[in-house]
Design a protein around this ligand. Structure first.
Ligand SMILES: Cc1cc2nc3c(=O)[nH]c(=O)nc-3n(C[C@H](O)[C@H](O)[C@H](O)COP(=O)(O)O)c2cc1C
Length: 300
């Protein structure tokens, strides 16, 4: 499964390429308008040949969460995947419409709660992941606890790059894996070339944890912007659109993500996973998936 990546990193281009290559694609609904999200859902569906699956990622922490989720349900996406918090409502809306809802969690406690409220599956994300993080613990420490705690499928995320990683996760009881960082460095990823180049030029220890205004730490590649927001410094906000349910207003997280989405990867946040330095090439999605399956078969 390809993880949902905002802002503008996983849209119809990446999600449909992953679905066509035998994976499951996810469009991120974060930081784009509802109309843009609907356009990308429809475009992805048009591009999918055969029976590929497409989901939409919506973040509970955003003010437009409910509207986005309802719009994605109306577009009859295959599933909704939600992170940065859970609500009773979102599972009820999924149930009413017959669309599975998957929660992103980082502990057995939250996985259990999600299952009880009606989640169809959980993605368990470890500390190695790119983007906002819910834990300081590595994936393979949390995964067995989550597998033991729930009876729904568990998908492992955070630092998965190779077929060996896939085999390890499946051996520990995962039903599948979710990958973000590896798919960013793909030809079809919707991110600008400068974003992908930042990935393939990253060195060991080039990622850093930044506290964003969402109230969570996020893993990003060091750049001028991460220097600017270090030490809890405040950065003037140009125009607040009140996008978050709860925001510290220390800087504008959305604006910083839009800056990098527009190609300025020095003055915006470039989220990336802890193993980004291991990626040396921008590859077609099909090749990434073929490589993983070959490595998986070899080590099985
Ligand atoms: C650039 C980037 C942006 C991300 N944005 C989101 C997001 O908007 N919502 C979300 O639930 N997860 C987000 N993630 C997390 C991914 O969906 C996925 O779970 C994570 O990347 C897995 O770890 P990996 O990067 O080590 O493969 C993001 C990750 C990256 C690298």
């Amino acid at each position: 499964m390809q993880g949902g990546m905002g802002v503008g990193i996983s849209l119809s281009g990446l999600a449909s390429a992953v679905a066509n290559a035998g994976g499951i694609g996810i469009i991120s609904g974060t930081g784009i308008s509802i109309d843009e999200m609907i356009t990308h859902i429809r475009r992805a569906k048009e591009r999918i040949k055969g029976t590929g699956y497409i989901g939409v990622n919506v973040l509970f922490a955003m003010n437009d969460f409910a509207e986005k989720m309802k719009a994605a349900i109306e577009e009859k996406v295959d599933f909704i995947i939600s992170g940065a918090g859970i609500s009773r409502d979102m599972y009820a809306w999924g149930k009413e419409s017959g669309i599975p809802v998957i929660s992103i969690v980082s502990s057995a406690r939250l996985a259990k709660m999600s299952e009880r409220l009606g989640a169809s599956a959980v993605v368990v994300e470890g500390h190695e992941a790119g983007g906002h993080l819910g834990t300081e613990r590595p994936l393979f420490d949390i995964l067995p606890e989550v597998v033991a705690a729930v009876n729904i499928p568990v998908i492992a995320a955070g630092g998965i790059l190779t077929g060996e990683d896939l085999a390890r996760a499946l051996n520990m009881g995962a039903a599948g894996v979710q990958m973000g960082t590896r798919f960013v460095a793909s030809e079809e990823c919707d991110a600008p070339l400068s974003f992908k180049e930042k990935y393939i030029s990253a060195q060991l220890e080039d990622t850093i944890l930044v506290k964003t205004t969402v109230g969570l730490h996020g893993r990003a590649i060091k750049n001028s912007f991460t220097d600017l927001i270090a030490d809890d410094k405040k950065v003037k906000i140009k125009k607040c659109i009140d996008c978050l349910k709860s925001c510290s207003h220390r800087f504008c997280t959305l604006d910083s993500l839009i800056t990098s989405m527009n190609g300025d990867c020095e003055n915006g946040i470039v989220f990336a996973g802890a193993r980004v330095h291991e990626i040396k090439e921008i590859l077609p999605v099909q090749k990434i998936i073929n490589n993983i399956m070959r490595e998986y078969e070899a080590c099985r």
